[in-house]
Ligand binder design. Structure first.
Ligand code: ATP
Ligand code: MG
Length: 237
């Protein structure tokens, strides 16, 4: 379960990392738009403005799914925030090729306000990022503090949609803690890789804290077939 330590710097590569789709005409972009539409239709009674993207284990596609979902929400003209709450092994900065200087940790510790650390993603209108900031010694404690509720209220005042990235559910409690502050949780599984028992256990842990699981995403990584990848969405009963 070792997770790579990512450096808190922007990728020097011109290409965005984590397979974030910037071309709205691509097949993959269409898949993520379908995911967005399904989320919207499955929750017509109550508007979903914040979504936590979670999964049982590392490397299943949480960041990729969260980043692409944020892109397709922004493309509807709604001001969208990608909020990196994977404070332990953050990669949001790489997904959008922005620096990870000050971020969520700084807001949680009261050193900065959200407006001070938010970054605009220049290539995508209406898309904003708050990176994780420096890795703190006590992520779960910070995320569970009273500050978090206040921060979310502030963010709702600024953004229409908030998509949150998180660490694996089975590794640490952070995603369970964050689930309290969001309208819905998407559970990502990686096809041919995610262990079914691990997936069920992760869902159980989220249900135990009364998370509103709004659907599952099957992330298929088929590099040998093509450069494209696909996400399938299953709405909850
Ligand atoms: N559908 C996909 N097709 C191709 N590559 C993918 C796909 N989904 C994810 N990847 C790649 O797989 C790796 C892991 O994906 P990602 O970082 O999104 O997973 P994660 O669940 O956020 O991992 P972690 O728990 O370590 O944060 C990344 O290098 C990403 O670019
Ligand atoms: Mg990730």
């Amino acid at each position: 379960m070792a997770r790579k330590n990512s450096k808190n710097t922007a990728s020097s590569a011109n290409n965005w990392q984590n397979h974030v789709i910037t071309d709205p005409g691509s097949i993959v972009a269409e898949r993520y738009r379908t995911l967005r539409t399904n989320i919207e239709f499955s929750s017509r009674d109550h508007e979903i403005r914040s979504i936590l993207v979670a999964s049982s284990a590392p490397g299943e596609g949480k960041t990729t799914t969260a980043a692409n979902l944020a892109v397709v929400y922004a493309q509807t003209g709604r001001n969208t925030l990608f909020l990196d709450c994977d404070l332990r092994s953050p990669t949001g900065q790489r997904a959008f090729n922005v620096p990870n200087g000050a971020g969520m940790t700084n807001i949680l510790t009261g050193k900065n306000t959200a407006s001070q650390v938010v970054q605009k993603v220049e290539a995508i209108p209406h898309l904003y990022v708050i990176t994780s900031g420096p890795v703190p010694p006590n992520p779960a404690e910070l995320l569970g503090s009273a500050n978090m509720a206040e921060i979310m209220q502030t963010l709702y005042g600024i953004f229409d949609i908030i998509i949150i990235d998180s660490p694996p559910v089975l590794t640490v409690t952070d995603a369970q803690v964050i689930s309290r502050y969001v309208d819905g949780v998407l559970v990502v599984a990686r096809s041919k890789k995610t262990d079914k028992r691990a997936l069920l256990k992760a869902r159980k842990l989220l249900e135990q804290v009364r998370a509103n699981i709004i659907g599952s995403v099957m992330n298929s990584i088929e590099a040998e077939e093509s450069d494209y990848y696909y996400s399938y969405y299953y709405a909850e009963e």
